[in-house]
Design a protein around this ligand. Sequence first.
Ligand code: NAD
Length: 311
Amino acid sequence: MTSVLITGGAGFIGYHLQKQLQNTHLVNAIDLIESPTSAIALRKVGLNQLKHADIKLNFLDKLSESPEVVVHLAAETGIAGSLIHPTKYFETNVAGTFNVLEQCRLNGIKNIIYASSSSVYAPNLSQMVEDADTSLQLSYYGTTKKMSEIMIENYCKQFGLTAIGLRFFTVYGSFTRPDMAAYKFMQAIDAGNKINLYNNGEVFRDFTHVSDVVKSIELVIAKIISEPKGSHQIFNIGYGQPISIREYAECIAKQLKKPLHIESKPLPENELLSTHSNTQKLDKYIHYKPICNLEDGIAEMTNWFKTNTYE
Ligand code: NAD
């Protein structure tokens, strides 16, 4: 059994990843769970391997032995927050990731899989291929993710770390983050309130169900062990079919059997107009690409929402 340490294990994707791996891998997970939000409190249920630790400090002393693979998901997440609290984003996503790399280097951990984001891409209305322009990002969040990619590239070349970066495209599903459109839309639509749609809903996202993300990570864990020392590869993980935010909201309303009331707001300057994943490279690598369509994915998420709401 491969031993895996997940950082950000109480987060949305970290929760699902623990569930995905817990019977087939030796899983440990850490998270900053000292002041739990209701989302973290709900996800913590049944996750016995989850420990409190900060990625900015020495977190490996919480474990009895070093893992073979670190899956680094811990981050300050969300684009809007990075405009208000850039320092927090720098400290967690850049300095925190640096400390994860140092902990790996100092303790002989050879393999790291880490979360990057579609936000690293420069505005691009066509398909985003991994080698497309990432020389500028609209959001500081995206820049912190790009800075992580650059630091990790160097650690691979200089210190022989083996790394795989995964650029996730708008992930949704049960236990979603409360700050994400998915949760805000479900809450407002269910309560009969209107929702704010940027650009009258004509903003396109490549919505990717969390089950496909964690399945892909599981397959990448199996591959990284045999990759050459010092290699660094980056893959998109996205469904590959951008949907307008309006259609996304309509699908949620349909599943909740509630009417949709919308108000249009201007698109913030730090948000991309469109994201579209080209996922061929991932498919070639693990022989898997996201398969969950929007209707099935929203059904899974809204069924969860009907019996689980955050305070
Ligand atoms: P999340 O906010 O639910 O999870 C992140 C977790 O990291 C949280 O539980 C938080 O408590 C933890 N954390 C923050 N600072 C920490 C620290 N100093 N030490 C330990 N833990 C800390 O986010 P998510 O949606 O599960 O995202 C997981 C990863 O995927 C993140 O790196 C995010 O940037 C990336 N990502 C997510 C999406 C998406 O649509 N959800 C898209 C692109 C990239």
